[in-house]
Structures are given as C-alpha cells and as structure tokens.
Design a protein around this ligand. Structure first.
Ligand code: KG4
Ligand code: ZN
Length: 336
C-alpha cells in the first residue's frame, strides 16, 4: 500500500511516499528556517506564506522521485496529512491541499497527529517493535512520556510543566551566542568540544528526584544565563554542563517509567532525539535494564513526511473529508 503524506505543521514543508508504512520510496523536505533565523524566531505568517510557496514544488518533486512522473495518482492508495499540533496557518496549507487532492483523485485521506508521527520514525525499516513500549517524544514544542500499548493505543504518563526540552536547547543556544534560532544541534556540537565536564552538577537537574514523570526546563535556562553572565567559563564547558543536565533528567525519568510500567521497548522521537549524548546515554540505560532501545535515523528525527505516512499506515482511519480540519493544540493522546 503506497501512501503519499504531507507535513506542514511548522516551518518545514514535506512530502513523502512510503510503502506499507515501512519502506521509504521518496521524501522531500523544504524549510523556511533561514527566514526565521533572520528574525531570531518564527513569524507564523511568514511560515504560512512559505508553506504556500513550497508545497506544490515539494509535491511535484516527491512524485517525480517516487514514480518518475508527476501524474502518479494511480500508484497511490491513500493520502495522509498532519492535522496538528502546530501553527494554524501552516497546518491549513497542508490540510486543505491534501483534501483537495483526495477529492480530485478519489483517494481516502488519513489524518495524522504530528506527535504520533514522530514516534513512527522508529518503524521505518523496523516494523517488529514489541509492546508495551515507553515513548519519549522530545521536540521543540513537546516533552512527553507516553506508554504505547499497541499501534494507536497511547497513555500519557508525564510531560513538561513549562518549556520543552528542544525549546530549552534553543533558548540556551541563544543565551550562549551559539545560534539565534533552532540552535539545539549547534549547541550539541559546541558541547562536544568539552571532553570532560569540570563543572558537573553546577546547574540544577530539575525534578530529577521528584515523584511522577513530569519535567520542567524553564528554571534551567535561567540558571544557565546566570552562570554564563557571572562566571568566566568557556562556552563549550557551559554548553556541555547544560546538555548533561537535560540528558540526566530525560534519561532518569524515562528509566523510572520504563521500570514502573514494565515495558519491553523504549522509543525516542522528535528533534531532540537526534542528540548524540541522549542517544548514547539512553542506550546504556536500556542495556542495563535489559530492554530494547529504538532511535530513529538522525535525518528522520526532525520534521519530515516519512513518519507521517508510516503513522497513517499503522493507524488507518478514513473520516469523511469534510470533517478533517487543522487542530493546532492537538495532544499526543487526542483523537482528532
Ligand atoms: O521535532 P522537531 O523538528 O520540531 C518540532 O516538532 O518541534 O524538533 C525541533 C527541535 C528544536 O528545538 C531543535 O533545536 C532540536 O529539536 N534539535 C536538537 C538537536 N537536533 C534538533 N536538540 C539537541 N540536539 C540535537 N542534535
Ligand atoms: Zn516535530
């Protein structure tokens, strides 16, 4: 079964064709992040206008790559589209385009929750993941711990009370003068230059020993600012201590939840799951617990449409086209 998926939830415009939820046939991603870099943050209207500009070329390229022709509707069994969460203006572009194509081509359209999509980046090439699984979705807007009992069956365990992990990376990268916008990966590169963390424990590990599975990262960002402004420390040392603090908390909470809920697998998803330190530390922890760890290939951690097609395949539902609409505040366990 070939699914053509469209993803326009934020500043990436993406389309992909995936066979049976696991085999990537073609994937194209365009991004307006350079424009947001100039303004030091995303301007939603600019993001939406760029979605309009990029979507048709991205769709054309995807079909050409997959089938060698733009008129490939006969090769498709269904369409899929991200309906939320995200920026409403960006979401509308993808949702309405997908509905129009589904209508014109007489194809079913499967609505997909973007956060669930991030989880399915793990299923590309690896459909045999065993349940129950503990899922940690760490992105720019979310830090969610979820129990996945089977496909489409999710129980929310805990999440951030304030900033998301990716947001903390981005804000810290700005404080340290590393990058103006989406600086998580760059901060991690800077941190890698510090081989030994000589100030370990200087920053707080928020809620690390608390009951429950919630996170809080806004205080950490404030503590970084104080440390950076008051102590004369090299940037790579502060970046390393910040990264260690975030990873310590994420690994500790995921490990606690994995043990308490007796899972057999742990899955990472979302942009921050591209982080090398998080992947390595989580692997060590999973080995110690005797559970299998799954991490998406790095290029599928950040936003793309491959995992949207995979999520659609494993969670097929075909509501009437007229009922499909964007929902900017969809949560990971919400139905549409
Ligand atoms: O999932 P994503 O592409 O977009 C959202 O759905 O939010 O995640 C983007 C987030 C940004 O905060 C970005 O800085 C962070 O993921 N990120 C990283 C790394 N790569 C991306 N954070 C830490 N280390 C990385 N290597
Ligand atoms: Zn995302």
């Amino acid at each position: 079964m070939n699914i053509l998926a469209i993803e326009t939830s934020c500043d990436e415009t993406a389309a992909a064709v995936v066979e049976n939820g696991v085999k990537e046939i073609a994937s194209v991603v365009a991004s307006s992040k350079d424009f947001h870099e100039q303004t030091g943050g995303i301007v939603p209207e600019v993001a939406a206008r760029k979605q309009v500009e990029f979507l048709l070329p991205v769709l054309e390229q995807t079909l050409l790559k997959a089938f060698g022709t733009k008129s490939a509707q006969d090769q498709l069994d269904a369409l899929a589209v991200t309906v939320g969460p995200g920026l409403v203006g960006s979401l509308i572009v993808g949702v309405e385009a997908a509905k129009a194509l589904a209508f014109a081509w007489h194809k079913p359209l499967i609505p997909v929750n973007h956060l669930v999509g991030h989880i399915y980046a793990n299923f590309i090439n690896d459909p045999g993941i065993k349940f129950p699984a503990l899922v940690l979705v760490v992105s720019g807007g979310h830090t969610d711990l979820v129990l996945m009992k089977s496909h489409g069956e999710f129980e929310f365990i805990g999440g951030t009370l304030d900033d998301a992990a990716g947001e903390a990376f981005d804000k810290t990268a700005r404080i340290l003068g590393i990058a103006n916008y989406l600086g998580g990966a760059k901060l991690s590169k800077v941190a890698a230059a510090c081989r030994v963390n000589t100030i370990t424990g200087t920053l707080p590990r928020p809620l690390v020993d608390s009951e429950g599975y919630d996170f809080s990262f806004s205080g950490l960002k404030t503590a970084v600012k104080r440390l950076w402004e008051n102590e004369n420390l090299p940037v790579e040392v502060v970046a390393r201590e910040f990264e260690d603090a975030v990873v310590d908390v994420l690994v500790a909470k995921a490990s606690k939840a994995a043990q308490d809920f007796k899972v057999v697998s742990i899955l990472l998803g979302g942009g921050v799951s591209a982080n090398g330190m998080l992947r390595a530390r989580m692997q060590k922890e999973a080995d110690a617990l005797g559970v299998s760890l799954y991490v998406p290939p790095v290029r599928l951690c950040t936003d793309n449409a491959v995992y949207i097609a995979s999520a659609a395949f494993f969670n097929q539902n075909y509501p009437d086209l007229s009922t499909i609409s964007p929902n900017p505040s969809l949560e990971i366990t919400s139905n549409f």
